[in-house]
Design a protein around this ligand. Structure first.
Ligand code: GLU
Length: 452
């Protein structure tokens, strides 16, 4: 059976790092198994869903390299939900209720006050035809709940959490449809997962209790649909990852808004985000791995920890820097300043934290540069350097070798005035690599100018 996973964001905001992690892991499960990764836009809430967010989600996934094999939108699938709804009503698995939010709140408070779990009392089930007719006559429309089967224990073997068991009697029958006919998340998602042939549902552990309910929905939907269905085939394989938290170990507001925009602004490579999020919260070490195949080969749900995964910006920066140091000219050339060639890229690459940092180094090459005040002694030394400069295969090695012999200088005294005269900087890229990039004329001119 082909593995089919899905990423199902609600387009009510930009993707944040937690969503990105879920998307990535679903994409990886699909890739690893030669399967498909679907994007499902959960846009059943017309008030909060925005087209600009749908576009941003697509753009962010594309930037990250997580290309979906197909896209579905819940707003275009309402007919499926309607049909499933009819079947479940027919099968006696959906029932009408009329409580207002305040009434429900009061019921919950009373139960809690008595030290009981705030489970819905199923008052809707006791309503007679006459009760319904009376409500209708008053112009009051029902909302609909899914009737959990209390005789059927809920269990599944979670890909991350292991065997899970829930007593349905300890759960409230969930509302699936509002008075105005609009859908809540729970039922459409189960309908889509069945209809889209989703084999693996991987999401955050905040969905565990939804899964408990959805397990029964899957079974009810399949049973209503197909008498031959076996229960084993009714549910996708579920896995729930521990949530992503800030490095201080708490769910942070900042993480909830940290997304691709902010990463792009900081010039973080998508590969760095992928390398970090692929392994964060697993028993695998987080390393600057640019090769996706390596990440895929070592990716395993069993290696995920039950403890929250801690996201640390500094770790992302470290991974990014290490990956930039591995990047080839071909990968970055379109992001480099005009005229900056491969030799220059290799010269500055080890000093960069981000690719855009190359622009600052390129200014050193193109000039103008600011010179420090050299001592009399250094100026004489730099004059000698200008005269000594010879252009061979290794101009820096030749120059410093000759000057060392000539002047007896070594260490800082030998190197620093040259670096400062040639670059205007106190530190920077390896001069052996940078000097050929400057070229003979520029180098000699700068030495002469520094010598005064
Ligand atoms: N739209 C839901 C969410 O973003 C999808 C959850 C799921 O993966 O089923 O939470």
């Amino acid at each position: 059976m082909t593995t089919i996973t899905r990423f199902a964001p609600s387009p009510t905001g930009r993707l944040h790092v937690g969503n990105i992690r879920t998307a990535l892991h679903n994409w990886m499960v699909a890739q690893k198994n030669g399967g498909k990764f679907m994007l499902r836009i959960d846009d059943t809430d017309p008030e909060r869903s925005k087209e600009e967010y749908v576009e941003a989600i697509r753009a962010d996934l594309a930037w990250l390299g997580l290309h979906p094999d197909g896209e579905e939108r819940q707003s275009q699938r309402l007919a499926y939900y309607e049909a499933a709804f009819d079947r479940l009503v027919e099968a006696g698995r959906l029932y009408r209720c009329y409580e207002t939010a305040q009434e429900l709140d009061l019921k919950r408070k009373v139960l809690l006050g008595r030290g009981k779990p705030p489970i819905y009392d199923r008052a809707g089930l006791d309503l007679t035809d006459a009760d319904h007719a009376a409500k209708e006559a008053e112009g009051i429309r029902p909302h609909w709940r899914f009737k959990l089967d209390h005789a059927e224990m809920i269990d599944w073997n979670d890909g991350v959490r292991g065997p899970q068991k829930f007593d349905p009697a300890m759960l409230s029958d969930p509302v699936v449809r509002r008075e105005d006919g609009s859908w809540l998340y729970m039922l459409p998602s189960a309908v889509d997962d069945i209809e889209m042939g989703i084999t693996d549902v991987l999401r955050g552990e905040d969905h565990v209790s939804n899964t408990a309910v959805q397990v029964q929905m899957f079974r009810a939907l399949q049973a209503a649909d197909d008498d031959d269905c076996t229960i084993a085939s009714a549910c996708p394989h579920f896995a729930h990852e521990a949530l992503l938290v800030g490095k201080e170990g708490k769910l942070s507001k900042r993480l909830g808004s940290l997304g691709c925009d902010a990463f792009r602004e900081r010039d973080i490579e998508p590969q760095a985000i992928i390398a970090l999020l692929a392994r964060l919260g697993t028993s695998q070490p987080v390393e600057p791995i640019a090769d996706m195949q390596v990440l895929l080969d070592t990716f395993a749900l069993e290696s995920f920890s039950r403890a929250p995964a801690k996201f640390d910006d500094a770790e992302l920066d470290r991974i990014n820097t290490a990956l930039v140091h591995q990047m080839e000219y071909e990968q970055v050339k379109h992001r480099l300043p005009e005229g900056m060639g491969e030799e220059a890229w290799h010269a500055v690459r080890p000093n960069l934290e981000t690719v855009s940092g190359a622009h600052d180094y390129w200014k050193i090459v193109t000039g103008p540069i600011d010179l420090p005040d050299f001592s009399e002694d250094d100026r004489a030394y730099l004059k000698l350097a200008a005269e000594t400069l010879a252009w061979g295969d290794n101009p820096w090695g030749d120059l410093t070798g000759a000057l060392k012999q000539e002047t007896g200088r070594n260490g800082k005294a030998l190197f620093l005035p040259l670096r400062q005269a040639l670059t205007g900087q106190h530190s920077g890229p390896d001069m052996g690599e940078l000097l050929p990039v400057l070229g003979e004329d520029t180098a000699r001119r700068r030495l002469e100018r520094a010598a005064g």
